[in-house]
Design a protein around this ligand. Structure first.
Ligand code: NDP
Length: 322
């Protein structure tokens, strides 16, 4: 089968399109014939070695497709089932072997691209708004990179919960998308200092929570946007990692809370995984949640997809087709 492999950490040129043996499912595993693989920023961290993995490896952590073989003792799925998954390395490929307990059944009214678009970024938007900081009606959230894959879903789900949303983006075109997704206000953070803007919008009080996936370039200022005892949710670092932090700053800036969550710990058991995924599928089917598939690339062109994601040229979801 064909797959995109990394032999040595590096830039987009580190991705190689290769023929590798078809994997066989062992006990408790299922093999998925992949129809759509999702591109996520975590793939960049795996490629560069920011999140170290044993090389060589097949990149990608999210896909949707059809079960084509199962190992011994598998009860969760059977051959022919439409499924999707996230957080298992090896999704930039024609087939992937996945622990069966990590597979989510995909309803008939959700196509493979939408399923792949919802698993990682959608479940992230779900846990951030429902569990890490459970947004309440009337509260205000600041969402950075609001027109990104996670960003557009996060806006919609935050609005569903009755929150006010302030988004930040780098371009007018992205601002338009964030507004269409429901953002009440959008700031072009590459042109304007977002701290005074947020203060102005919130009558000087600041926001209840910041969902910050940009990291290095936004972290310090994000703390200045919070109201007393507000929640700083740092969940990524698309601009680079946040340097070591003096915890005393949390007291000085208003007894703030700080957390650095990751999806793995919010979808650990199968019941939680299915609950979050089913919410996303149901909202999509009911027209309450829209995933924006921005671009699709043939699997062989994964390197170009990476260049565009890192170059801030994408909005919403990017899909790779094997
Ligand atoms: P996005 O589609 O959001 O792409 C990244 C966006 O970040 C860009 O489009 C850009 O938006 C913004 N950005 C700001 N500064 C930079 C920079 N210097 N270089 C590149 N991009 C920059 O990606 P994803 O939706 O896949 O992921 C968003 C973030 O969420 C990532 O940091 C990812 O690691 C994190 N994440 C965390 C999870 C968790 O559980 N902790 C799970 C899933 C994702 P703009 O041009 O508007 O600034």
């Amino acid at each position: 089968m064909k797959a995109i492999r990394v032999h040595k950490y590096g830039g987009a040129e580190a991705l190689t399109y290769e023929e590798i043996p078809l994997p066989e499912p062992k006990a408790g595993e299922a093999r998925v014939k992949i129809e759509a693989s999702g591109l996520n920023y975590i793939d960049v961290y795996h490629r560069t070695g920011l999140y170290p993995t044993q090389t060589p490896f097949t990149l990608g952590t999210e896909a949707a497709g059809v079960v084509d073989a199962v190992g011994e003792g598998v009860t969760e799925v059977k051959k022919g089932d439409r499924v999707a998954y996230a957080m298992i390395l090896g999704a930039y490929a024609e087939y992937a072997v996945v622990p069966a307990a990590r597979l989510v059944p995909v309803p008939a009214n959700i196509d493979a691209k939408s399923a792949a678009a919802l698993m990682l970024q959608g479940m992230t938007a779900h846990y951030l708004t429902h569990s890490t900081y459970a947004l309440k009606k009337g509260e205000t959230a600041l969402i950075h990179a609001a027109a990104g894959g996670v960003g557009l879903l996060l806006i919609q789900i935050a609005k569903q919960r009755g929150a006010n949303v302030i988004g930040t983006v780098s371009t007018e075109a992205k601002a338009q998308l964030a507004k269409e997704a429901g953002a009440d206000a959008v700031i072009l953070y590459t042109q304007t200092d977002f701290v005074p803007e947020v203060k102005k919008i919130t009558d000087g009080r600041g926001v209840h929570v910041v969902y910050d996936s940009v990291g290095q370039t936004t972290f310090d200022k994000s703390l200045d946007c919070l109201r007393l005892r507000g929640y700083m949710v740092l969940f990524g670092q698309s601009s680079g990692p946040v340097p070591p932090f003096n915890l005393g700053t949390l007291a000085a800036k208003g007894s703030l809370f700080l957390t650095r969550p990751t999806l793995v710990h919010y979808a650990m058991d199968r019941a939680e995984l299915l609950e979050r995924a089913n919410d996303l599928f149901n909202w999509t089917a009911a027209g309450k949640l829209k995933s924006r598939i921005d671009k699709t690339f043939p699997l062989a062109q994964a390197a170009e997809a990476h260049r565009q994601l890192e170059g801030r040229k994408t909005t919403g979801k990017v899909i790779l087709l094997p």
